[in-house]
Ligand binder design. Structure first.
Ligand code: PBG
Length: 327
């Protein structure tokens, strides 16, 4: 054969494959999303997300310990309040669920890094991410509430806040509120490029946050749009976002790769609840190899440009990375 270039030479052994790998993963870039809820002695498995639980504040430390032992150092907190109202007032209550969880978590596990999801949908009786004017989710009147939520999280100890509501202008509103109270150094990770996705289905079961009417298409992005992702990313950068997130992950790797190429801040990708549940269901049925699927999804996301990866598989993945089992 007259062939001098043979790509297979660099695939011959595990050692050479590892050496030439283009994508490397590090457990320091993982964020584990977890759910805290009002009540006591609760560790309740989420029906649609086998292996994921809702914890009351007294049981949460046991999970934080497992997270830390697994080698994961970042946690994203979601709160499920005991009562909801029209305006989501529990979201910024000083003794709200996330605020109490944060104080306890920081006291017991000060070495973990705590990020909070800033949104209203888990706290409003109607399940939308903002204040309603009639049936419309009103943008500008929601901004003040989002700023209040973020500020109350930071006052309770959040190291970083992550607005996920998709109102226009919320990054600036939050930045202004934090700076006005002296929190100049607390970064904002914006869910900048967040699509109106069916992949959030299991999360809405987990957090009881499904909208009671309509959908989120008037504020979350249309999955048909790719260039608009860059518009959202650019706007959030102008408003002071420190980290940009693309969400979901697997179906939006093209968008992730664009955002990575066109911006110069760290880019996060969120492998959402539906991605987790599909893997769990398929693995349970014996249709796929769970470990290999977890690793391949993660590698694809990093390869597309993620610097940071939010995943319900963070603990497992940290283990696979540590043991060198990836790929
Ligand atoms: C809150 C929020 C959602 C998710 C993260 N923050 C739900 C939604 O927008 O409906 C989804 C996370 C997941 O599915 O894992 N707005």
């Amino acid at each position: 054969m007259d062939m001098i270039v043979r790509p297979r030479r660099l695939r011959k052994s595990q050692a050479v494959r590892r050496m030439v790998r283009e994508t490397r993963m590090d457990q320091a870039s993982l964020i584990y999303p977890m759910f805290v809820m009002d009540g006591e002695n609760i560790e309740e498995e989420i029906g649609a997300m086998p292996g994921q639980f809702r914890y009351s504040v007294d049981r949460m430390p046991y999970e934080l310990e497992r997270i830390q032992k697994a080698g994961v150092t970042q946690v994203m907190l979601f709160g499920i309040p005991a009562k909801k109202d029209e305006v989501g007032s529990q979201a910024y209550a000083p003794d709200g669920i996330v605020q109490r969880a944060l104080r306890e978590a920081k006291r017991q596990f000060p070495d973990l890094y705590y990020i909070t999801d800033v949104c209203m949908c888990e706290y409003t009786s109607h399940g939308h991410c903002g204040l309603l004017h009639g049936d419309y989710v009103d943008n500008d009147s929601t901004l003040g509430s989002l700023a209040k939520i973020a500020l109350s999280h930071v006052e309770a100890g959040a190291d970083m806040v992550a607005p996920s509501d998709m109102m226009d202008g919320r990054v600036r509103a939050i930045r202004t509120a934090l700076d006005g109270h002296g929190y100049l150094d607390v970064p904002i990770m914006s869910y900048a490029v967040k699509y109106a996705s069916a992949f959030y289905g299991p999360f809405r079961d987990a957090a009881g946050s499904a909208p009671s009417f309509g959908d989120r298409k008037s504020y979350q992005m249309d999955p048909h749009n790719r260039r608009e992702g860059l518009k959202e990313a650019a706007l959030d950068l102008q408003e002071g976002a420190d980290i940009l997130m693309v969400k979901p992950a697997l179906s939006y790797l093209d968008v992730l790769s664009d955002v990575k190429r066109e911006t110069c801040v760290p880019v996060a990708a969120y492998s959402v609840s539906g991605e987790y549940s599909m893997v769990k269901a398929a693995a349970h049925a014996g249709f796929v190899d769970e470990e290999r699927i977890i690793c391949e999804m993660a590698v694809s996301t990093y390869r597309a440009g993620a610097d940071i990866y939010l995943t319900y598989f963070a603990k497992e993945l940290a283990g696979f990375i540590q043991e060198g089992r990836i790929g």
